[in-house]
Design a protein around this ligand. Structure first.
Ligand code: NAD
Ligand code: TYD
Length: 352
């Protein structure tokens, strides 16, 4: 079946894996990657598929209503997978406005554009919004997990903006009948993640022998999922999920930050031919993040039981693959840290 699908934020970390999966798996679909190319957008993430006949890149801001409506109408778009967002908690603490603009207004703009483009004819259409487990707030050190029924209780400007966008998506379903799905996923890791996030930042710092800033005592807990498993879940839910529903996605894989950091150090040292654990001396305990949520943990059993999804990679395997990827792709990392990656997309796209 032919389909025309928008993926927003496709030049970012998770979006690039989703775009690659869809472009490769569905040659009959045309995938429109809409991305503003903020500091986090990097077209080098999609270099291997950029010449595929079923892939189009559009540099645009999801807050630009006329452009969003134009793309939807001109290309007969029937599915939207919305990942574009400001995604880093630390940045949201410094600059909450940008988060409200892109995450809240950007999502609302896309929803309203889709409502106009589809003009109430919703059969075969889908608006799929990618969200985070951070909307549920923080858990204590017990065995409780976030389920789809957990009450929203966001604490950071990032999670507050994502919570608000989730509510708008559900409001469009309940008010206008727009077929929509929201999924809330735990922390992703893997290739192409911007090195402001814990795992790529630490791998790169270990490589260069730089300090590893551990917030607080390193006791916060996150659930980690390999990014390709998230992309597979998105594919499954986009095609088989029930409109109006919410699904939690997680790795059943909780780690205390400091324990995770020690695994990253061990693996990176080994792959660099250093003595395992040698880089533990780089650990530097720094001031805690403001409002730092203690623990996130996802109950992904609804997705497992209803749609048969489960993570395919063991964590040890995923971390090994991830560290190896960053070490094998040092140019990708160096182009980001030097700012060179922005020149790549200026040269490739912006002058056209
Ligand atoms: P990212 O920061 O790596 O990428 C975001 C992408 O969105 C970038 O390519 C950026 O250029 C683009 N973008 C930002 N503002 C835009 C705008 N106004 N218009 C168009 N494009 C814009 O983010 P990520 O980690 O890949 O996360 C993708 C989505 O998944 C986000 O919605 C995030 O909330 C959600 N999520 C992320 C995680 C995680 O662990 N990274 C976990 C759960 C959910
Ligand atoms: P991060 O990758 O920013 O994801 P999120 O805040 O969305 O969970 O951070 C993961 C965890 O690691 C989080 O508890 C904060 C912590 N952290 C550090 O201790 N040091 C760092 O330099 C960073 C970026 C994060």
């Amino acid at each position: 079946m032919r389909r025309n699908i928008i993926v927003t934020g496709g030049a970012g970390f998770i979006g690039s894996h989703v775009v690659r999966l869809f472009v490769e798996k569905y040659p009959d679909y045309t995938i429109y990657n809409i991305d503003k190319l903020t500091y986090a957008g990097n077209l080098a993430n999609l270099k291997d598929i950029e010449d595929r006949p079923n892939y189009r890149f559009v540099k645009a801001d999801v807050c630009d209503f006329d452009t969003m409506l134009g793309i939807m109408r001109d290309n007969d778009i029937d599915g939207i997978i919305h990942l574009a967002a400001e995604s880093h908690v630390d940045r949201s603490i410094k600059d909450p406005f940008t988060f409200a603009r892109t995450n809240v207004m950007g999502t609302l703009t896309l929803l309203e554009a889709a409502r106009r483009a589809w003009e109430g004819r919703y059969e075969g259409k889908m608006f799929y919004h990618i969200s985070t487990d951070e909307v549920y707030g923080a858990l204590g050190f017990d065995s409780t997990l976030f389920t789809e029924n957990t009450r929203y209780d966001p604490h950071s400007p990032y999670s507050a903006s994502k919570a608000s966008s989730d509510h708008f998506v559900r409001a469009f379903h309940d008010t206008y009948g727009m077929p929509s799905i929201v999924t809330n996923c735990s922390n992703n890791y893997g290739p192409y993640q911007f090195p402001e996030k814990l795992i790529p930042l630490f791998i790169n710092n270990i490589r260069h022998g730089r300090p590893l800033p551990v917030y607080g005592k390193g006791e916060n807990v996150r659930d980690w999922l390999y990014v390709e498993d998230h992309a597979r879940a998105i594919d499954l839910i986009f095609h088989k999920g029930k409109a109006g529903d919410t699904y939690n996605i997680g790795g059943f894989n909780e780690w205390k930050n400091i324990d995770l950091i020690k695994v990253i150090i061990k693996t990176t040292d080994r792959l660099l031919g250093r003595m395992e654990g040698e880089s533990e001396r780089l650990i530097s305990y720094v001031k805690d993040r403001a409002g730092h949520d203690l623990r996130y943990a996802i109950d992904a059993s609804k997705l497992r039981d209803e749609l048969g999804w489960k993570p395919s990679l063991q964590f040890e395997e995923g971390i090994e693959k991830t560290v190896r990827w960053y070490l094998d792709n040092q140019q990708w990392m160096d182009n980001i840290t030097s700012g060179e990656y922005e020149k790549y997309y200026e040269d490739m796209y912006c002058k056209r």
